[in-house]
Design a protein around this ligand. Structure first.
Ligand code: GLU
Length: 304
């Protein structure tokens, strides 16, 4: 029997004092206030005790990680229809790259790059009565935590500086791949990315992807086939243009965000979340990736 608490404590002490901790994102000014000294890990097994170490209970901006939660809600509304507006191929480009969108006639490469997430946001704006409030309720419900909220300073900060996202949304609109007004879709998207959670809340939110579509309340939200698809997209597209490296080093489906969070999971086994705000040049948490590589190597738990 592996002592998981021991394993994550070892990893934590090994990496906590490394000198190269990466660089905190600053293109969203509010995120630049984070310290790259923060570091937390939370493990939520399907059976067994939760384990945690470090800054696991400090809330942080989940940013792109929210794209998976938005996709899971959109898929529940439109299921197969959604794939007429979105592809499922890794982009091999940074998350905010626009060239491919033009080359491929306004069909984003996948739902986890920004252009794809904007199409998903558009679907949610179409189907939800009060999009921002209803999406927040969905996240609170699957997490069983009514305290989760948007960080409005972060949303405003991105609203004032997210020019590439405005460009992507306008490009999508020009290809008739946005049904709602550009400003409304962006307002929803900036709030979605500004969701704030700690490592434990994020592990609870992603539990349904490791538990056959059933959330922590044991309520079925997704079919097995939808869970398979979402996990496949996380594996192939969840780490910007470093998804291959993450699969190679860690071997789990997952998603990172520029707030420094990473969530990864082994279907039917566990969800693991790391938070360390210093990023590597590809935009993934530097220490977080190293911690997850150590975790799957030490425990022999990966999808491969
Ligand atoms: N809101 C961020 C953006 O659109 C998300 C980036 C990320 O975490 O990858 O730029």
């Amino acid at each position: 029997m592996i002592d998981f608490q021991n394993v994550i404590e070892d990893i934590y002490s090994d990496l906590k004092h490394t000198t190269n901790k990466g660089v905190v994102a600053s293109y969203i000014p509010e995120l630049a206030k984070q310290s790259n000294a923060s570091f937390g890990i939370y493990l939520k097994p399907i059976d067994g005790n939760n384990c945690h170490v470090g800054d696991w209970d400090t809330p942080f901006s989940i940013q792109s990680i929210s794209k998976v939660l938005a996709l899971s809600k959109a898929i529940a509304f439109e299921d197969n229809k959604i794939w007429q507006r979105l592809d499922v191929e890794p982009s091999g480009n940074p998350f905010n790259h626009l060239t491919l969108l033009e080359l491929e006639n306004g069909i984003p490469r996948n739902p986890l790059i920004n252009a794809g997430a904007l199409v998903v946001a558009d679907i949610l704006v179409t189907h939800l009565k009060n999009p921002k409030q209803d999406f927040l309720e969905y996240v609170r419900n699957i997490t069983n935590d009514q305290t989760i909220n948007y960080n409005l300073e972060v949303a405003t900060s991105e609203q004032q500086t997210g020019f590439k996202n405005y460009a992507a949304a306008n490009l999508l609109k020009s290809y008739n791949n946005l049904n709602n007004a550009v400003d409304i879709v962006l307002d929803f998207y900036f709030h979605q990315c500004a969701l704030e959670m700690n490592c434990e809340q994020l592990a609870n939110a992603f539990y349904l992807f490791s538990n056959k579509g059933k959330c922590v309340n044991n309520k079925q939200h997704l079919t097995l086939s939808q869970v398979k698809r979402i996990n496949a997209i996380m594996l192939t597209c969840g780490f910007y243009d470093e998804a291959g490296e993450f699969a190679f080093e860690v071997g789990l489906p997952g998603k990172s965000g520029v707030g420094g969070g990473i969530v990864a999971l082994l279907p039917n086994n566990f969800v693991i979340v790391t938070w360390a705000p210093g990023l590597n040049p590809k935009g993934n948490s530097l220490i977080g990736m190293q911690a997850l590589e150590q975790f799957t190597t030490k425990t022999n738990r990966s999808i491969f």
